[in-house]
Design a binder for this molecule. Structure first.
Ligand SMILES: C[S@@+](CC[C@H](N)C(=O)[O-])C[C@H]1O[C@@H](n2cnc3c(N)ncnc32)[C@H](O)[C@@H]1O
Length: 459
């Protein structure tokens, strides 16, 4: 057994461990934190607005805020996704900062976390006007003025002709909305529903409905689906206004990589970080939000994705698999991280770019970004400030990678204190890439995917 990594457990509850191969794996459910999985957000005001596969639960964020923050705290999420941390931080009376590179997710974070400032009566009026506009146009031979985004190509038509016409009528109305905050609410309502009436679905990656055994939509109540969403927004904004503490809070959403945090935040300006970076599972945020990015005019051409791909935490396997060799940029004493990457590298050389070298390049890029991430934490946190990082482990080419433990070690290297690693959930369903036989060996029974909360403190 090579128990080289110092596996620490936060008090008061002790973590169970079992041995598989040469690794210690935490056992289920013995955590003092609430479950960080996003599923429970689906019914909650504001959080239910935008489905996001990789989000965490508002209960978890609330739990952390209650333990680590007060009304004067400044809370940061460096990888804000659709804004779970920021919404809860504002509800708690804190200043809320977020970084997010995906423009659609950044829009969701910004709109949700500042929606308490919306004039609901004006918003309701716009919803009413949309209903009239839409009914009139749909029930006439009105030719929509808007066009589908030119650069957006799909293997089969994204929308059936009848559905497309309705979507374009919606876009025609959107072009008449002059108030930016209200227009953004309409854009978000469209974006958060747009896949549900398309011929694509999330399985969990975006693919054709027919490939998943589902039939295509020849027609759909598009306007009604958007109005239902808008009414949900309106109700939730009223709820937000009634439940937010009556004090000024600052909300700042930066649509840029957290690795550029020094350009946007002063050193030692944050009290608490609550976040979940992309996992080492190659979940492709950009591909899975292609429709949103094109239809909301955030991108026009495939080349517009290049920058997003390169600044994504860990890059993507597709981006680095063809390079000869990517190594760790740092050394890590008393850790088997570099040996683990070399073990990965020698798997299945006969498979060329699909073999171990590509995955080793991906893992090395990922841990190089872990280094940049914890350096950013060290820069922004005030002395005594805490960071709670939700992260999953990984299985690449059949090799188990305890990402949480390596992250803890890398954090110590930049001077942060690793307070503990907590495991609220030991069974996690891997995504399609990880479980695909084509690219990786299927997770063996003895291997287990888990989610961990890594707690760090700035000394
Ligand atoms: C696991 S998700 C976060 C989900 C979030 N906790 C929520 O509840 O919505 C990770 C996010 O990090 C974003 N991301 C990836 N690389 C980034 C970078 N370098 N800087 C900022 N955001 C990044 C991705 O676009 C993705 O939305």
């Amino acid at each position: 057994m090579t128990n080289q990594l110092n596996f620490q457990v936060s008090k008061p509850k002790q973590l169970g461990l079992f041995k598989t191969g040469d690794l210690l794996i935490p056992t289920n459910g013995d955590s003092s934190f609430n479950d960080p999985a996003f599923a429970s957000n689906k019914k909650l005001p504001i959080h239910r607005w935008v489905p996001w596969i990789a989000g965490f639960s508002s209960d978890f964020v609330r739990d952390v805020l209650e333990r680590y923050a007060n009304g004067n705290s400044t809370v940061l999420d460096p990888f804000s996704g659709v804004g779970t941390t920021l919404v809860e931080a504002v509800l708690f009376g804190c200043n809320a900062y977020g970084f997010e590179i995906n423009p659609y997710a950044a829009l969701a974070t910004r709109v949700k976390s500042s929606s308490h400032q919306i004039d609901v009566a004006a918003f309701d009026e716009y919803i009413g006007k949309f209903r009239i506009f839409y009914d009139e146009k749909i029930n006439s031979d009105y030719p929509p003025q808007s066009h589908p985004p030119k650069g957006f190509t799909t293997r089969s038509p994204f929308y059936s002709p009848k559905v497309l016409r309705k979507v374009l009528v919606f876009l025609d109305y959107l072009a008449t909305v002059q108030v930016e905050e209200i227009r953004d609410l309409f854009r978000l309502a469209f974006a958060s529903t747009m896949v549900s009436y398309s011929n694509y679905s999330y399985e969990p990656s975006l693919g054709r409905r027919v490939s998943a055994g589902k039939s295509e939509f020849l027609d759909y109540l598009v306007g009604e689906a958007i109005v239902k969403k808008l009414i949900e927004f309106s109700e939730d904004i009223k709820w937000f206004q009634a439940n937010k503490p009556q004090k000024q809070t600052e909300v700042k959403v930066v649509e840029a990589s957290f690795f550029e945090c020094q350009e946007h935040l002063a050193p030692q300006s944050v009290d608490l970080i609550i976040t979940s970076p992309p996992y080492l599972n190659n979940y492709h945020y950009n591909r899975n939000t292609r429709p949103h990015l094109y239809w909301l005019d955030f991108v026009e051409h495939p080349s517009d994705f290049k920058n997003l791909e390169h600044s994504n935490f860990g890059k993507y396997w597709q981006t680095v698999r063809e390079q000869d060799r990517i190594d760790l940029d740092f050394s890590l004493a008393n850790s088997d991280l570099s040996q683990k990457i070399e073990l990965l590298r020698i798997q299945k050389p006969e498979k060329g770019i699909y073999g171990g070298n590509g995955w080793a390049n991906y893992a090395a890029s990922y841990f190089n970004d872990c280094y940049k991430f914890v350096s950013g934490i060290q820069y922004v946190l005030k002395p005594g400030g805490s960071a709670l990082v939700v992260i999953g482990n990984s299985i690449l080419q059949g090799i188990l990678i305890p990402t949480d433990q390596y992250l803890g070690r890398i954090a110590e290297k930049v001077g942060l204190k690793l307070i503990g690693i907590d495991i609220p959930r030991a069974t996690r369903v891997g995504n399609s890439i990880i479980q695909s036989d084509v690219r990786t060996v299927k997770a063996k029974k003895s291997h287990q995917l888990y989610e961990a909360i890594v707690e760090l403190r700035r000394i």
